[in-house]
Design a protein around this ligand. Structure first.
Ligand SMILES: Nc1nc2c(c(=O)[nH]1)N[C@H]1C(S)=C(S)[C@@H](COP(=O)(O)OP(=O)(O)OC[C@H]3O[C@@H](n4cnc5c(=O)[nH]c(N)nc54)[C@H](O)[C@@H]3O)O[C@H]1N2
Ligand SMILES: Nc1nc2c(c(=O)[nH]1)N[C@H]1C(S)=C(S)[C@@H](COP(=O)(O)OP(=O)(O)OC[C@H]3O[C@@H](n4cnc5c(=O)[nH]c(N)nc54)[C@H](O)[C@@H]3O)O[C@H]1N2
Ligand code: SF4
Ligand SMILES: [Mo]
Length: 693
C-alpha cells in the first residue's frame, strides 16, 4: 500500500507544494499538491525530475575533506562526526584569532532560513548574505524606494488580471507553476499579454503584443509610457490624488521623453506605444506590469524597476484586485506568526563586512550584497573574513569571474559547501557536507504571506539513500560543538514544536494537506484604506532617503553602449527544463536538454558566414569557448543569448561535463560592475565576439 506524503519541491526557488505517493521508501508518483488548486496537480519538468536526483549516484554521497590543492579534486571520505568536528575546530580557531565576525555565510535565500540565521547570530557574526545581489536586489530596492515596502509586500493577482506585461520576465519558461496556471486561466478569460524582450521567447509566442526592444533601452520605453499616460490623462487621477506624492515632479521630468524619442532608442514604433498605453488604461486597475525577477542586468536596472512600480501606481494597480494587491501576514488576519529561532539571540552589533548599512547607506541590510562580501574577503577591509560556509549556493557558477573568485577564496582559512549536487563551489571547498535532496529531508516550518497567508511544511518523503543529512541536522551538529545548546535540536519535530508555540497550530495539523491556512477568505484591502510605508504614507515619486544621500530619484536617460562591428552584448536567461546551474547533470533533464546554444540574429549570422547549427567560437578578452549557433530572426541584432548554467567541467559529472558554454566566464571585471543604487551585479554589461570555427 502506498502512502501519500505532502511536501515542498526543491528543484527551484518557487517551492511548489507537492504530493508524493511512497511505497517501501520509493516514490511511486509525484504530483502538484491537490490541496492547492492553482497547481492543477502538476509539477514542471524539473519538479518531475526530483526522483532522478535522489537516485543519481553522481552527487556527493558522503562528507568529504579535501586533501591536496584547493580545487584539485582529491577528497578523503569521512564520517559526519569527523567532518563536523573539523569544521567546528577550524571555525573556533578563526574566531579566536579574528573574532566571530570573521565567519561569513551565504545562501540561496527563501523561507527556510530561520535556523541558520539563528546559528550565525548565536556565533555573533553579522555576515549573512544571500544570493540576491545576483538576482532580484534591484527589484527589492526599487520597491522600497517607491512604496516603502519590499517587493514581496505585494502579490501578483494573475488570475484576476486583465492585462499582464512581462518585461525581462519570461513567465512561461522561468516557471512558477501556480503563476503560470493562474495566468493561463486569466488569458482564457480575456486577459491580454504583452511581452517586451530582446528576443521572442515562449512567453512572446503566447502574447497579444510582442515588442522586440534594443538591449538596455527598457528605461526609454518606460519613460515614454509614463509621459503618454500623464500627457493624455489616461492615468488613474483619483488614485493619484489619494496615493501618489510629487506627481508634478514626475510629469516635469518625463517631458522630453516622447514616444517618438523612445522609438529612436528602442526600435519600438511610437504609434505602437500609444496603442499599447490605451490598452493599459482600458484594463486598469487590473493590470500587472511585472517589476522583474532576474533584474541584475545593467548598471541602471534599478531605475527601470522603479519606472515599472511607478507605472503600476499610475494605473492604480498597486493594491488592486487583478493587479498587485498588498499581501497579509499572520498578524493582519488576527493570528500569531511562527516563533523565531533568530530571536533566541541578540542582533550582532558589528558592522557588516560588505559595508551595507554603513558604507553604503542606500541598501537594506538583511541579505547584504554578496559580491561586496567577496571584496572584503579579498582586501580584509574592513576586517578579515576567514571562514566561509556556502549553503545551497554556487557562487563560482552564479557570479562573474570565477577565476578571480577562486583567488579570493584561496585566502580563506576554511571554506565549506553544503550542497546536494556537485558544483564548482563544492569542488573548490575544503569540506563538502552533503545535503539530503529535498525529497529526503525536512526543513524548518515556513509561512507564506499572501491574500490568504498560511504555514507550510517540507517533510521527508523518503529516507536518505546515502550518507547525507538535512540542513537542521547539520546546523544542530555544529551548534552543539560551538556551544549553542539552544539550537542543538534532536529532531525536526522538536524544532517545529518550538516554532508553533503560541500559534494555536500543532505539528499534526500539517499531516492532512501539508499546510495550515490562517484565514479562509482572500484579504483584498479597500483601495481608500491603502497606506504605504514611506515617510508620507504615499507612493513616492521622489524618495527622501535617496535624495538625502545625493542619489537622484528620477535618473535622466542615457543611451546604452552599442556593440562594435562583429561583437554582441551577451544576454542570458532560463529555460523550462533546467534550474540555474544545478540540473544539467540530472539524468532525466540532461536527456531532455544536454547543452545550450547561442541565439544569434539571422542578419548578423549571415555577415559572419554562420549557418544554423554551426559550431562557433565565442571570445572575450582572450578567453574562448565553443557552442552551436541557433540562427534566428527572433533576437535583436545587438545581442547574442544563451541559457545560463551550462559549461560544466567537473570530473564527477559525467553527463554535463564539457557540454555547452558558461556565460559567467565572459564577464571580465564583472565583480566590479554593479548597480550602485539597486545593489545588484550588472551581468549584461559585457560584449563578446563570435566567429565560425
Ligand atoms: N551568468 C549568469 N549568472 C547568473 C545568472 C545568469 O542567468 N547568468 N542567474 C542568476 C540568478 S537569477 C540566480 S538566482 C543565481 C543562482 O545561483 P545560486 O544562488 O548559486 O543558485 P543555484 O544555481 O540554484 O545553486 C544552488 C546550489 O545549491 C544546491 N542545493 C542544495 N540544496 C538545494 C535545494 O534544496 N534546492 C536547490 N534548488 N538547490 C539546492 C544545488 O545543488 C546548487 O549547487 O545565479 C545568478 N547568476
Ligand atoms: N525553469 C526555470 N525557472 C526558473 C528558474 C530556472 O532556473 N529555471 N530560476 C528562477 C529564478 S532564480 C529566477 S531569478 C527567475 C528568473 O525569471 P526571469 O527573470 O523571468 O527569467 P530570465 O530567463 O532570466 O529572463 C527573462 C527574459 O529577459 C530577457 N532579457 C534579457 N535582457 C533583456 C533586456 O535588456 N530587456 C528586456 N526587455 N528583456 C531582456 C531574456 O531574453 C529573457 O527572456 O526564474 C525562476 N524560475
Ligand atoms: S516550478 Fe518546478 S522546479 Fe520549481 S518548485 Fe515548482 S515544480 Fe519544483
Ligand atoms: Mo534568481
Amino acid at each position: 500500500m502506498s502512502e501519500k506524503r505532502y511536501s515542498i519541491c526543491g528543484m527551484c526557488t518557487c517551492r511548489c507544494p507537492i504530493m508524493a505517493e511512497v511505497e517501501n521508501n520509493e516514490i511511486r508518483f509525484l504530483q502538484g499538491s491537490p490541496h492547492f488548486p492553482a497547481m492543477k496537480g502538476a509539477v514542471c519538468p524539473r519538479g518531475a525530475a526530483g526522483p532522478a536526483l535522489i537516485r543519481d549516484r553522481e552527487r556527493p554521497r558522503n562528507p568529504m575533506i579535501r586533501v591536496g590543492e584547493r580545487g584539485g579534486g582529491q577528497w578523503r571520505e569521512v564520517s559526519w562526526d569527523e567532518a563536523l568536528d573539523y569544521v567546528a575546530d577550524k571555525m573556533k580557531a578563526a574566531m579566536d584569532k579574528y573574532g566571530a565576525r570573521t565567519v561569513a555565510f551565504t545562501d540561496r535565500g527563501g523561507p527556510f532560513r530561520d535556523m541558520h540565521q539563528a546559528f550565525l547570530r548565536g556565533l555573533g557574526t553579522p555576515n549573512y548574505c544571500n544570493h540576491d545581489s545576483s538576482c532580484a536586489r534591484n527589484v527589492q530596492h526599487a520597491a522600497l524606494s517607491v512604496t516603502g515596502m519590499g517587493r514581496k509586500a505585494v502579490s501578483y493577482d494573475l488570475k484576476n488580471a486583465r492585462h499582464v506585461i512581462l518585461q525581462f520576465r519570461n513567465i512561461f519558461e522561468a516557471v512558477n507553476v501556480q503563476e503560470v496556471n493562474n495566468l493561463m486561466d486569466a488569458m482564457d478569460n480575456g486577459c491580454r499579454l504583452t511581452v517586451i524582450d530582446i528576443r521572442a521567447n515562449i512567453s512572446a509566442s503566447k502574447a497579444d503584443n510582442f515588442f522586440m526592444i534594443r538591449p538596455g533601452t527598457d528605461y526609454a520605453f518606460n519613460l515614454a509610457v509614463i509621459r503618454e499616460l500623464l500627457e493624455t490623462t489616461q492615468y488613474n487621477v483619483e488614485y493619484a490624488r489619494l496615493h501618489i506624492k510629487d506627481l508634478d515632479k514626475l510629469a516635469a521630468f518625463v517631458q522630453p521623453y516622447t514616444p517618438e524619442w523612445a522609438e529612436a532608442e528602442t526600435g519600438i514604433p511610437a504609434h505602437e506605444l500609444r496603442r499599447f498605453v490605451r490598452e493599459l488604461a482600458q484594463a486598469a486597475p487590473s493590470v500587472i506590469w511585472h517589476p522583474g525577477w532576474m533584474a541584475a542586468r545593467y548598471k541602471t536596472s534599478f531605475y527601470v524597476c522603479r519606472s515599472i512600480y511607478i507605472i503600476n501606481a499610475l494605473l492604480g494597480a498597486i493594491g488592486a484586485k487583478g493587479g498587485l494587491p498588498l499581501v497579509s501576514k499572520p498578524g493582519d488576519v488576527g493570528r500569531k506568526g511562527l516563533k523565531k529561532l533568530t530571536d533566541l539571540y541578540p542582533k550582532p552589533e558589528e558592522k557588516r563586512a560588505d559595508g551595507v548599512g554603513w558604507r553604503y547607506k542606500q541598501f537594506e541590510s538583511g541579505p547584504g550584497l554578496t559580491h561586496l562580501l567577496y571584496e572584503a574577503m579579498d582586501t580584509a577591509d574592513p576586517y578579515p573574513v576567514k571562514a566561509y560556509i556556502c549553503f545551497r549556493h554556487d557562487p563560482l557558477m552564479a557570479f562573474p569571474e570565477p577565476e578571480r573568485l577562486k583567488e579570493i577564496f584561496s585566502k580563506l582559512d576554511l571554506m565549506v559547501s553544503v550542497t546536494f549536487t556537485w558544483s564548482d563551489t563544492a569542488w573548490f571547498s575544503d569540506v563538502v557536507l552533503p545535503l539530503s535532496p529535498y525529497l529526503e529531508r525536512e526543513s524548518v516550518l515556513a509561512c507564506k504571506n499572501g491574500l490568504k497567508p498560511y504555514f507550510f511544511r517540507r517533510q521527508r518523503v523518503v529516507e536518505p539513500r546515502f550518507d547525507t543529512r538535512a540542513e537542521w541536522e547539520i546546523w544542530a551538529g555544529l551548534a552543539k560543538r560551538l556551544g549553542l545548546d539552544e539550537l542543538a535540536f534532536e529532531s525536526a519535530e522538536d524544532i517545529w514544536n518550538f516554532q508553533l508555540e503560541g500559534t494555536g497550530v500543532s505539528v499534526g495539523d500539517f499531516d492532512a494537506t501539508g499546510k495550515v491556512g490562517l484565514t479562509d477568505t482572500p484579504q483584498y484591502r479597500a483601495m481608500e484604506d491603502l497606506t504605504f510605508k514611506t515617510p508620507s504614507g504615499k507612493i513616492e515619486m521622489i524618495s527622501e532617503k535617496l535624495e538625502a544621500l545625493d542619489i537622484p530619484s528620477l535618473l535622466p536617460y542615457e543611451s546604452p553602449e552599442k556593440p562594435e562591428e562583429g561583437s554582441f552584448r551577451l544576454t542570458f536567461g532560463r529555460c523550462a527544463l533546467h534550474t540555474q546551474g544545478h540540473t544539467v547533470n540530472n539524468p532525466m533533464l540532461f536527456e531532455q536538454m544536454p547543452e545550450n546554444v547561442l541565439w544569434i540574429n539571422s542578419g548578423s549570422a549571415e555577415t559572419l558566414g554562420i549557418a544554423d547549427g554551426d559550431t562557433v567560437a565565442v571570445t572575450q578578452n582572450g578567453y574562448t569557448e565553443t557552442i552551436r549557433a541557433k540562427v534566428t530572426d527572433f533576437i535583436h541584432p545587438e545581442a547574442v543569448f544563451v541559457i545560463h548554467g551550462f559549461g560544466h567541467r567537473l570530473p564527477p559529472e559525467s553527463r554535463a561535463r564539457n557540454r555547452g558554454l558558461a556565460d559567467n566566464k565572459f564577464m571580465k571585471g564583472g565583480l566590479d560592475i554593479w548597480d550602485k543604487v539597486g545593489g545588484a551585479v550588472a551581468y549584461q554589461e559585457h560584449f563578446v565576439k563570435v566567429r565560425k570555427v
